[in-house]
Design a protein around this ligand. Structure first.
Ligand SMILES: [Zn+2]
Length: 122
């Protein structure tokens, strides 16, 4: 019998999907992998989406779903998540979420590169 000693390959950063950190949606309060949720940050009183998760500061997590956004608004989850007193404007976030909901099949289909090289065969 040969034992296969598979080396534990170090995966710096990008692990496989499914084993990432788990967040809670501020709308429906369901826990989900952070890959399924949209990070939202507060900038000057506006809740704005942070798809790249690069923005500094406190973030809230929301399903990119108008229903979850409506629930979050109704229970004032955003001011609570951001620990602010005043209202949080979600108009920019709403338009993005509604667009995402209407966009069936969000594939990364912008790989159409028009990189024509002017090579003259003659
Ligand atoms: Zn949700």
């Amino acid at each position: 019998m040969v034992r296969h000693l598979e080396p534990v390959s170090a995966r710096p950063g990008g692990g496989p999907t499914g084993s990432g950190p788990v967040r809670t949606c501020v709308g429906c309060r369901t826990r989900a992998a952070d890959a399924e949720l949209l990070r939202v940050v507060l900038v000057d009183g506006d809740a704005i989406p942070d798809p790249r998760r690069r923005m500094p500061g406190r973030g809230a997590w929301l399903h990119p779903d108008p229903g979850c956004l409506a629930k979050a608004e109704k229970r004032r989850a955003f001011p609570r998540a951001f620990k602010v007193q005043g209202p949080v404007c979600v108009e920019g976030l709403r338009s993005l979420v509604e667009r995402a909901a209407g966009d069936v099949g969000t594939g990364s289909s912008r790989a159409v590169e028009k990189d024509r090289k002017q090579v003259d065969p003659s």
